[in-house]
Design a protein. Structure first.
Length: 192
């Protein structure tokens, strides 16, 4: 018998995907990640959008108040966003007393002019919630302003506010908050 001729070893074939350019692979990964991100955002959007306030809540986000019936020296309470807002028609004595207080005497120093609108100093507008624990202070009470003089007293823990709503005594850490408001005319304001 004759010897068999040596057989050639076949050269292995390399699959085509091994020859791909690495930048093409990176492009495919980035495209897949971008599509996944867009898909996740489109699924999350309805959930996030559901957290926006409803139309009835937005309607209550601002109120208009006619100041004409408020007599000088009188304080009224209106409801805005579910919280009370005090509106006081201050007397000249209230304004002078508020301006005369030295900033060093105040726990939360704030000038009277910073708490009212220029040209309308007789109108004091404040959120009627004590800054200590959220009770509603009583108008015309306490040591700072006294009966019918514009001070406020919180019966829960004894915080006392002066004729400009600034904390003067007690555990409250800061002055009564002044909401965002604007004068629409001399006798009408918009709160919120």
């Amino acid at each position: 018998m004759s010897p068999k001729p040596p057989q050639k070893t076949p050269t292995p074939t390399v699959p085509a995907h091994h020859d791909e350019d690495p930048s093409r692979r990176d492009f495919m990964l980035l495209t897949a990640a971008a599509l996944a991100g867009v898909g996740a955002a489109s699924l999350a959007w309805p959930f996030v959008n559901s957290m926006n306030p409803a139309a009835d809540v937005l309607a209550l986000s601002s109120i208009e108040v006619d100041l004409t019936p408020i007599a000088e020296g009188q304080t009224i309470k209106v409801k805005w966003r579910g919280v009370p807002v005090f509106i006081r028609h201050r007397t000249a004595a209230d304004i002078e007393e508020s301006k005369s207080i030295a900033m060093s005497e105040l726990k939360d120093p704030q000038a009277d002019a910073d708490r009212v609108k220029a040209g309308h100093e007789q109108w004091l507008v404040m959120v009627g919630v004590c800054t200590h624990l959220g009770c509603i202070p009583l108008a015309g009470e306490g040591e700072f302003g006294g009966k019918d003089k514009g001070g406020w007293f919180c019966p829960c823990h004894g915080s006392q506010y002066d004729t400009a709503g600034r904390i003067r005594k007690g555990p409250a850490p800061r002055n009564l908050d002044v909401p965002q408001y604007a004068f629409l005319s001399d006798n009408r304001i918009k709160i919120g």
